[in-house]
Design a protein around this ligand. Sequence first.
Ligand code: UT7
Length: 334
Amino acid sequence: MQVMRKVRITGTGMYVPPRVVTNHDLAEMMDTNDEWIQQRSGIRERRYVDPGTGPVDLGVEATNRALEMAGLEAKDLDAIVVATLSSEHEFPGNSCFMQAKLGIPEIPAMDVRCQCTGFLYALQVGQLYVASGIYDRVLVCGTEAHSPGLDFTTRGRAITVLFGDGAGAVILEASDDHERGIQSVHVHADGTHAKKLWTDAPGLGHHPRISHEMIDEGRHYPEMDGKFVFKHAVLRMPQVLQEALDANKASIADVDLFLFHQANLRINEYVAGALEIPPEKTHNNMQVYGNCSAASIPMCLDECVRSGRVKDGDLIAMTGFGGGFTWGSALLRW
Ligand code: UT7
């Protein structure tokens, strides 16, 4: 069997747009209130892009910060993998636009469409690129600008209040240190529940792909069966986290930091409770950024790295769940 190289994260970065939108701001647009949003989700505020800024810009900002930490320039990258559900255009994907803005033509640029688990899927692709020796330095970025696609009437309140805009990025490089780096990534999907959390239109399964009628019915906005998604999230996240621990012969006690996807504080408390994870070993930021889908996990990682919470040699466990349904986990030694 071919010997695989060890892969380390050598830089992290995040970026959120400056405009803060509080629960009170949303309550002026639709029938909702701060108490409901905080009680059900833990979210107090989120960031929104202004017109003229999109997920590509957010991703570029996060990437530049990650490159700086890694001591690299964009031209040093060999490939970019971008996880996003908020495509600026139907095609091509955000990765090509990001590659152009980063000024690095010709290297491969790939979009990963796995919603809130997107970063973990992209991390696995990036890890395999580097581990196999195909590429030496790979950018993995999660970037989302949800706000231009949300329904700001009362009809959309159950979803709109949860989401925010932001980006998180990591740089992957080959490492000679066999103890540290990415230990494993496990990802799964169950397409039988694809329509429990989705945006129906525009879509080429429709003829025509978008119509005035669809717009009047709000089918171009995301839809979610919240309770159903919640139930599956609190089942799958502990399962796939346990899968990561088992694969590495590790226990909860061995892990120094748990980074969960940031959909809902209640989900994360439930997952932590199910596995008896002490709250001080977790980190959440949905209170101030909401659910940033594929960007949430790398944003949390960057916060913990830059605040000094992550120490050399720490074992970090990540897990996420999202539309598709998709779910996954990663274990890495810092
Ligand atoms: O990132 C991808 C993964 N996503 C998730 O994991 C999200 C999973 N789901 C959830 O987090 C929760 O289901 C929600 C936070 C979305 C909703 O919480 P819930 O406790 O399941 O509430 P619900 O949807 O059952 O709604 C309860 C009530 C309803 O009113 P009635 O029918 O009881 O009169 C809703 O119409 O709350 C109402 N409601 C709202 N009220 C005020 C729904 N949204 C809002 C709102 N403000 N924004």
